[in-house]
Ligand binder design. Structure first.
Ligand code: SIN
Length: 292
């Protein structure tokens, strides 16, 4: 990982340390060091919120967050909610803390597709937080891309074409995946709701910036077009969004806490590990609003 532009974002008065922030690449992401997420004061929380809205993905190395402390930290960004589909195991006593695990006899569910979490929900999750407890070095990286920049990269003509247009997001892909993995409860097909329409260009509720809001996993087409007609344009948008220069790839270390903003990023969990390579993370989610 290359850290650039080391800049101090504030002095933490509570423990006398200085929290430091460094950009991770040109597209998005910053690493924040010398901070203990389990004991943030008001000013530190505000500084982290500001940094998050500027950088979209924040990485906090060397954290030792118990499940309750992870929930408390996530709550700084919105009400913590259980995974909307309730398909995964959770930490005992903490129904909002999902266990993402890969080990012998328990292969983890694949997330190796670009997506924004549960974008087919009426109010898709705003913020997701992952805390790595065990990792196999150099395997199971997670990639993130910047959907503000993806929108900005389009021609004036295409940006105008997309404004006001809505796309349909379907939970069918999640249903299909739940049939394939033994760490996920099988979803009743009756629970799969009809596709939901969301704006293709979403205005971020905090920053006010426009971001592209489609993804290859859940978005099945434009509201007023067939899936076949929609596919070429969706493919173009996804290709622009996932250009290498618009992506940050996170290499996990045990103790990392990584958070991302589902309203202006997509992510992809790289599936380059086998069942015998341990990967254990705790995941929490802050609720979002209906995309506008
Ligand atoms: C996810 O796609 O939500 C999980 C990401 C990961 O396991 O790295």
């Amino acid at each position: 990982m290359i850290a650039m532009d080391l800049e101090v974002i504030r002095d933490m008065s509570d423990n006398g340390k200085t929290m430091k922030l460094s950009r991770l690449c040109g597209a998005l992401g910053a690493e924040v060091r010398d901070v203990d997420l389990a004991r943030l004061d008001e000013a530190a929380s505000a500084a982290i919120r500001d940094a998050f809205h500027e950088h979209l993905v924040l990485v906090f190395p060397d954290q030792d967050l118990a499940a309750g402390a992870q929930v408390a930290f996530t709550e700084l960004f919105g009400p913590v909610e259980p995974h909307p589909l309730r398909t995964r195991r959770t930490v005992d006593g903490h129904p909002a803390v999902l266990i993402i695990e890969n080990r012998k006899g328990r292969p983890g569910a694949r997330n190796d597709y670009w997506h924004s979490d549960i974008s087919h929900a009426e109010r898709p999750p705003a913020v997701s937080v992952l805390h790595a407890l065990k990792v196999t070095d150099g395997r199971g990286d997670t990639m993130f891309c910047n959907m503000y920049r993806a929108f900005d990269a389009l021609s004036d003509g295409l940006r105008e074409t997309l404004r006001g247009r809505r796309a349909l997001h379907s939970g069918m892909a999640t249903y299909t995946r739940s049939l394939e993995h033994n760490d996920a409860r099988t979803i009743d097909p009756g629970e799969v709701k009809p596709p939901r329409a969301h704006p293709v260009v979403r205005t971020h509720p905090v920053t006010g910036r426009p971001a592209l809001f489609v993804n290859p996993h859940f978005t099945i087409g434009f509201e007023d077009m067939t899936e076949d007609e929609s596919r070429p344009l969706l493919d173009t948008l996804h290709a622009v969004a996932t250009r290498p220069e618009n992506v940050y790839r996170h290499r996990w270390r045990a103790g990392d806490v990584v958070m991302w903003d589902n309203r202006c990023t997509m992510h992809y969990a790289v599936m380059d590990y086998t069942e015998d390579m341990v990967r254990l993370l705790h995941r929490t989610t802050a609720a979002g609003d209906a995309p506008r």
